[in-house]
Design a protein around this ligand. Structure first.
Ligand SMILES: Cc1ncc(C[n+]2csc(CCOP(=O)(O)OP(=O)(O)O)c2C)c(N)n1
Length: 561
C-alpha cells in the first residue's frame, strides 16, 4: 500500500475513531485515501487548523484517549502551533500530523515549506519528520506511545509528500517499535516503597495535612485511589484547575479548588497545612501566588512523573518521581485514620464565609451574573454532562460553580490560557462523547477567536450546547484594568455582532436572556433542543471574579472586592 494508506491504517491499529483535520496540497494523497476510509474513520472537517488541535485536545481530555489531528504543510501546519503549545502546557496526549513538501525539495523554500520540526521542538514531547514510507508504521507507533506514556503530551509527525506516495509492505508491530525507543516506562526505583512509607508516616503524624490533586491524578487513572487514600486517612483534598474531577465535588473530603480564583478554604488551608502532599501538579504560579509566601508551615511532598517539575517553582522536602496512580495505590494501605475535627472545621468556616460573602450575592443578584448561568446549567437535565470552557472570567466562573458529573467531565485551557480553545474543544468533546451533553461556557471575546467553527458544527451536526456569557468586554482584562490600572479601559470594550443572527446563518438555534428569571427556561430549551444550540446571556459589564489573589501576592492576600 502507499504511505498515505499506511498512515490511515496506523490510526485504525491505534483504535482511533475520530480525526480532526483540514486538507491542502501536500496532504492530498492522505485525504484521497481517506475518501475510502469514511466507514472506519470519522473525520471532522474544521474551519481552521488551530481548531483541529483544540478539538483533538477536547476529545483527549474528555475520553482519556489520544487525540489526533491532521493538516497540510506550510500555513496549515503553522496554524497548529498555538494548539500544540496549549497541549504541551496541559500534558494533553495528541498525535499531530502535518504534511511536508517532497523529500528531495526539503530546504529549497519550496511552495508551502515550513520547518515544523524546528518550529515545534520546544512545544512538543517529540517531533519527527518522515521522509520515506517504510518508516510510517514504526514512527506512528512510537508517536502514539510517546504521546500517552509518562507525562502525556503532544507529538508532531511531519510526513513528506514523498513518504505519502511511496509504497511499502504494511505491518504494525507496536511492541518492536516501542522497544526501539529504549526504556521500559515508569518502574518503581530502588527505595520507592521506603519513601512512600516515610510519606505515609508524615501524613499519619500530621495534624493539618492537605492533598492537592492535579491533572496527573486524572491522567494516570488514579482518581479511585485518591478517594480511597483520603477516606482511609481522613485528609482533605483540594484540586487545581486542571485537577478538577480528580475527586467528586460531593465527597466529604473535597475542599475546593486552589489558586488565584480558587476557593478560600483550600488556599487558607495551604497556608496552615503542616504537611502538603502535591500529586500530579506542577505548582503553577496561578496555584502558588508569590512563592516566597507559599505554604510556610508545611513539609512539602511533591509526587510527579516528570522529574523536571521538582524544585522548579517550589522546593519540596520530599520529591518522589512516580506515576500518580501507582503512588496512591502504594500509599493507601500505609495510611491510618486520624480525627481532624478542627482542621475540617476550618474548611467549613471558610467555605461558609465564602458562600455568604461572594457566592450567595452572586447567585441571588437581581442582574444576570455568570455564576447564575453556570448554576442554572448545573441544575438542568439528567444526562451526563461534560463542561468545556474558554478563557477569562467565563472560565473562572465555570471552574468555581460547575458541578462535574465525572472525572473526565471538564476541559479547559490551563497553562497557556488560550482564548479560542473553548468552541473547538467542545466540538472535540462532543465527538468523543456522543451520549453526553457537552456544554461550552465562553466569553464574547473567546468565542470570536474561533467563531468560524460554527461551520464545523453546521457540517458535522455535532450537538454542542454553547453558553455565551456576553459582557461586551474582554472581561478578565477589563477586571484587571479596573483593579490594577486605575479603571483605564484601554481597548477592552468589544463592539459585537448579533450572535443570534450569526448562529442562525449556520443553522444553529438560539435564545437570549437578559434577566435571572429568564434563565431556567432558556437553559431547559437549550438542553432539550435536538441539535446544536446557542444560549446568549447578556451580562452586566462590570462583573468581576472574586475572590482573587492579585498577581505577585501570596495566598494570604485574598481580596473579596
Ligand atoms: C489568544 C489569547 N489572547 C489574549 C489573551 C489574554 N486574555 C485573557 S482573558 C482575556 C479576556 C477574555 O474575554 P472574553 O472572551 O470576552 O471572556 P470574559 O473574560 O469576558 O469572560 C484576554 C484578552 C489570551 N488569554 N489568549
Amino acid at each position: 500500500m502507499t504511505g498515505a494508506e499506511a498512515l490511515l491504517n496506523t490510526f485504525l491499529d491505534e483504535g482511533t475513531d475520530t480525526i480532526f483535520g483540514y486538507p491542502g496540497g501536500a496532504i492530498m494523497p492522505v485525504y484521497d485515501k481517506l475518501y475510502d476510509y469514511t466507514e472506519k474513520l470519522n473525520h471532522v472537517l474544521v474551519r481552521h487548523e488551530q481548531a483541529a488541535v483544540h478539538a483533538a485536545e477536547g476529545y483527549a481530555r474528555t475520553t482519556g484517549k489520544v487525540g489526533v489531528c491532521m493538516a497540510t504543510a506550510g500555513p496549515g501546519a503553522t496554524n497548529f502551533v498555538t494548539g500544540i503549545a496549549d497541549a504541551m502546557m496541559d500534558s494533553t496526549p495528541l498525535v499531530c500530523v502535518t504534511a511536508q513538501v517532497n523529500a528531495d525539495k526539503l530546504g529549497t523554500n519550496f511552495f508551502q515549506e515550513a520547518d515544523m520540526i524546528g518550529i515545534t521542538i520546544p512545544i512538543t514531547k517529540w517531533s519527527y519528520q518522515i521522509a520515506s514510507a517504510a518508516e510510517i508504521p514504526s514512527v506512528m507507533a512510537q508517536a502514539f506511545h510517546i504521546a500517552r506514556s509518562g507525562r502525556p503530551g503532544p507529538v508532531l509527525v511531519s510526513i513528506t509528500r514523498t513518504a505519502q506516495v511511496e509504497e511499502l509492505d504494511y505491518s504494525y508491530n507496536k511492541e518492536v517499535a516501542i522497544a526501539q525507543l529504549g526504556g521500559s516506562g515508569f518502574e518503581k526505583p530502588e527505595g520507592y516503597e521506603d519513601k512512600v512509607f516515610e510519606i505515609a508516616q508524615w501524613l499519619n503524624n500530621a495534624k493539618q495535612p492537605l492533598i492537592i490533586a492535579g491533572h496527573g491524578v486524572i491522567l494516570s487513572g488514579g482518581c479511585g485511589k485518591l478517594k480511597e487514600c483520603a477516606d482511609r486517612a481522613n485528609i482533605p483534598v483540594a484540586v487545581t484547575l486542571l485537577g478538577m474531577g480528580a475527586i467528586e465535588q460531593s465527597d466529604r473530603n473535597y475542599v475546593g479548588m486552589v489558586g488565584m480564583h480558587g476557593n478560600v478554604a483550600p488556599n487558607v488551608m495551604t497556608q496552615n497545612a503542616d504537611v502538603l502532599l502535591a500529586i500530579g501538579m506542577r505548582f503553577s504560579d496561578r496555584v502558588t501566588g508569590e512563592v516566597r509566601g507559599y505554604a510556610p508551615k508545611a513539609k512539602i511532598v511533591h509526587v510527579d512523573i516528570d522529574l523536571a517539575e521538582f524544585d522548579k517553582n517550589i522546593k519540596a522536602d520530599v520529591a518522589l518521581q512516580s506515576d500518580a496512580g501507582m503512588f496512591l495505590e502504594t500509599l493507601c494501605n500505609k495510611l491510618e485514620y486520624r480525627e481532624r475535627n478542627e482542621w475540617f472545621a476550618l474548611h467549613k468556616e471558610k467555605s461558609e464565609m465564602e458562600f455568604r460573602n461572594v457566592m450567595k450575592p452572586q447567585l441571588e443578584s437581581s442582574s444576570l451574573t455568570m455564576a447564575q448561568v453556570v448554576d442554572a446549567v448545573n441544575r438542568c437535565g439528567s444526562r451526563n454532562k461534560v463542561y468545556v470552557t474558554d478563557v477569562g472570567q467565563n472560565q473562572m466562573f465555570a471552574a468555581r460553580y460547575a458541578r462535574l458529573d465525572s472525572n473526565l467531565g471538564w476541559a479547559t485551557s490551563g497553562g497557556l490560557g488560550t482564548m479560542g480553545y473553548g468552541l473547538p474543544a467542545a466540538i472535540g468533546a462532543k465527538a468523543g462523547n456522543p451520549e453526553s451533553d457537552v456544554v461550552l461556557f465562553s466569553g464574547d471575546g473567546g468565542l470570536q477567536m474561533n467563531i468560524q467553527e460554527f461551520g464545523t458544527i453546521l457540517q458535522s451536526g455535532l450537538q454542542v450546547k454553547m453558553v455565551l456569557m456576553n459582557n461586551s468586554y474582554l472581561g478578565m482584562v477589563r477586571q484587571w484594568q479596573e483593579l490594577f490600572y486605575d479603571r483605564r479601559y484601554s481597548f477592552t470594550h468589544l463592539a459585537n455582532p448579533d450572535f443570534q443572527m450569526l448562529a442562525a446563518s449556520y443553522g444553529i438555534s438560539s435564545v437570549k436572556v437578559t434577566a435571572p428569571e429568564e434563565l431556567d427556561a432558556a437553559v431547559k430549551q437549550m438542553m432539550e433542543h435536538d441539535g446544536p444550540f446557542l444560549l446568549e446571556a447578556a451580562m452586566i459589564e462590570q462583573e468581576n471574579v472574586f475572590p482573587m489573589i492579585p498577581a505577585g501576592k501570596t495566598l494570604n492576600d485574598i481580596i473579596f472586592e
